[in-house]
Write a protein that binds this ligand. Structure first.
Ligand SMILES: Cc1cc2nc3c(=O)[nH]c(=O)nc-3n(C[C@H](O)[C@H](O)[C@H](O)COP(=O)(O)OP(=O)(O)OC[C@H]3O[C@@H](n4cnc5c(N)ncnc54)[C@H](O)[C@@H]3O)c2cc1C
Length: 424
């Protein structure tokens, strides 16, 4: 029997391995992953496609990581079933692995809606290294692409492809790209930057069906939009969203909402079973409730907390919140918390817009505390605001300084500076 079994060897699984080994250097530890080399940085898929990164430079941990941590790796293997009563995981092919403590770190999978022509050769998703490699192979013979979905993944796919000299059309159903991350002003600026870089952005519409080529009906030749317009293309990237990979929880007693529900110790409702990362619904410190927060640093942090607790050291997860740190065509953007409330009545909003410098800052306050902000173009002081937001600091006395040129840690009251920013 393995003392610890982890399903998924990416950000969450790696965090857990590191924490377990800090506490327990010898307990048998097995990691199951259906990806052959799971220890790569998923956010760098875009840079792989744009040729700014290679498989080697996108490794989050080196190839010796598993051996150095004395991990039995079952890579290229899928966990198909968990029997929580027998404490046993069944793999593809029928092999069974017994566990004492189990971590489910299965992450997310792309949401691909049913679409006429969706099965054609040349339709890709953008969440795994294997898809990125498939796209890479296709690019040699491609001139144009349609990316469906103007969210974080769709925009990074569009950027990567246009950097490879591909003519890219980005299609977003809502009126603004990045609408779950930014407000309209920031989204408009981002769209302008994309357009100037050569991406054609179409909003308020989607792809109705995918067409075949004249000489080969089985391969992508174009798309038909909802208004009936045809756009010729050689490949289609579907980047509509990512959903938690919760298949293993089906028909079990594991408590599931949109993701697997965990407490502040990353424990599920079943004894000795933990979950973390994109598959889990964990604590949001701003909302003070559980939610899906599919972010790399939170998956790693959640994995660490799970690992410590699995190995017997009680550690509480401090939680995360919505936070995006983006860089499209050298335009840096940081968006944290609630940046786009439907009703502004209860909020105070501080805004600075300098279009000539491509700078936009918006800070939202509620009951004296920062609840969200967007910094675009100039992100230098975003770290200070993040700390103030995270600690729910009443900033009523200092908020007027936030947008001044010389705002910095020294502008904060001495006591606050000592409490939050001085490392002893
Ligand atoms: C293109 C892209 C860009 C991104 N950019 C950013 C960014 O800029 N910043 C940021 O914070 N986050 C970003 N993210 C999100 C980030 O990558 C995820 O939050 C993070 O990878 C989650 O880690 P995880 O360990 O929970 O799951 P994952 O990284 O999804 O890993 C889960 C692993 O488990 C394996 N697995 C699943 N089910 C099974 C099974 N049954 N058996 C065996 N193996 C299984 C999967 O194949 C996978 O290897 C991006 C994601 C993508 C796709």
């Amino acid at each position: 029997m393995a003392k610890y079994v982890i399903i998924g060897g990416s950000a969450g699984g790696i965090g857990a391995v590191e924490a377990i080994r800090e506490i327990d250097p010898i307990g048998t530890l097995t990691v199951i992953s259906d990806e052959p080399v799971p220890q790569y940085s998923r956010p760098m898929i875009s840079e792989y496609v744009s040729k700014e990164a290679t498989v080697d430079t996108m490794k989050y941990r080196d190839d010796q990581f598993w051996r150095n941590n004395n991990v039995q790796t079952l890579t290229g293997r899928t966990a198909n079933k968990i029997d929580f009563t027998k404490k046993q995981v069944t793999l593809d092919g029928g092999d069974k692995i017994d566990y004492e403590k189990l971590l489910i770190a299965t992450g997310g999978k792309p949401f691909v809606p049913r679409m006429e022509g969706g099965e054609k050769d040349g339709v890709f998703t953008f969440t795994e290294l294997s898809s990125a490699k498939d796209i890479e192979d296709k690019l040699e013979h491609s001139k144009s692409a349609v990316v469906i979905g103007g969210g974080l993944i769709g925009v990074s796919a569009a950027e990567a492809l246009v950097k490879r000299g591909i003519k890219v059309t980005l299609v977003e159903l809502k009126d603004n790209i990045l609408n779950l991350t930014l407000d309209k002003t920031a989204s408009d600026i981002a769209e302008k930057v994309l357009t100037e870089a050569g991406v054609t952005v179409i909003t308020g519409q989607t792809v109705q069906r995918i067409l075949g080529r004249k000489d080969n009906e089985a391969a992508v030749g174009g798309v038909v939009m909802t208004d009936g317009k045809k756009i010729p293309c050689d490949l289609v990237v579907v980047a509509i969203g990512v959903i938690p990979r919760t298949e293993l929880a089906k028909e079990t007693d594991l408590k599931l909402n949109r993701g697997i529900v965990v407490d502040r110790f990353m424990r599920t409702n079943i004894a000795e079973v933990y979950a973390c990362g994109d598959v889990a619904e964990a604590h949001d410190f701003l909302l003070n409730e559980n939610r899906l927060l599919p972010l790399w640093p939170l998956a790693h942090m959640g994995g660490r907390v799970a690992g410590y607790n699995m190995a017997g050291k009680q550690v509480e997860y401090e939680g995360g919140t919505v936070m995006s740190s983006l860089k499209y065509f050298d335009l840096p953007i940081i968006a944290v918390g609630n940046v786009n409330p439907e009703e502004l009545d209860d909020y105070e909003v501080l805004v600075e817009l300098k279009p000539e410098k491509t700078v936009y800052k918006k800070i939202l306050l509620k009951d004296g505390a920062i609840v969200g902000f967007i910094f675009l173009g100039d992100i230098e002081k975003a770290g200070i605001l993040f700390r103030l937001l995270k600690n729910h600091v009443d900033v009523s006395e200092i908020k007027d300084k936030f947008l001044s040129e010389d705002f910095g840690i020294v502008a904060l009251p001495e006591q606050l500076r000592q409490e939050m920013f001085v490392v002893n």
